[in-house]
Design a protein around this ligand. Structure first.
Ligand code: CO
Length: 134
């Protein structure tokens, strides 16, 4: 069912400092920060030859990243995103296998303008998984 690794997301306190670290110290190609109000994050994309890294900084009081950073004050890996061909078919198959989809269960538009869903980390080895329609 799952295909390519689309991205790994890292939660950070200071997206400007984290961008500079990736650009200057690690020598990566780093985008400008983009606020995504609907998701409560500001995001930066780092393009690697085989995948992407997303840096996430909390945006607004309700940000889902804020609590993660309370528990992980230095920042940390927040989720990984796999591509699927058909997100609704993937969701139905996963729900039938007993996996829990976060939120309403309906796909939302993600950072790349494509439908995404999140799967409960307790069902997947303690890792928050995002599925994105390829
Ligand atoms: Co993501």
């Amino acid at each position: 069912m799952i295909g390519r690794l689309n991205h790994v997301a890292i939660a950070v306190r200071d997206i400007t400092a984290a961008s500079e670290l990736y650009r200057n110290t690690l020598g990566a190609e780093v985008s400008a920060p983009e606020p995504l109000e609907e998701h409560g994050v500001t995001v930066v994309f780092i393009t690697l030859p085989n995948t992407k890294i997303e840096l996430l900084e909390p945006l607004g009081a309700e940000s889902p990243i804020a609590r993660f950073l309370e528990k992980n004050p230095d920042g940390g890996m927040h989720h990984i995103c796999y591509e699927v061909d058909d997100i609704n078919a993937a969701r139905d198959q996963l729900v039938n296998s007993g996996a829990r989809v976060l939120g309403t269960g309906e796909p939302k538009t993600g950072a790349h303008g494509k439908p995404v869903l999140f799967l409960h980390p307790k069902d997947f080895n303690g890792t928050l998984i995002e599925l994105e329609q390829a």
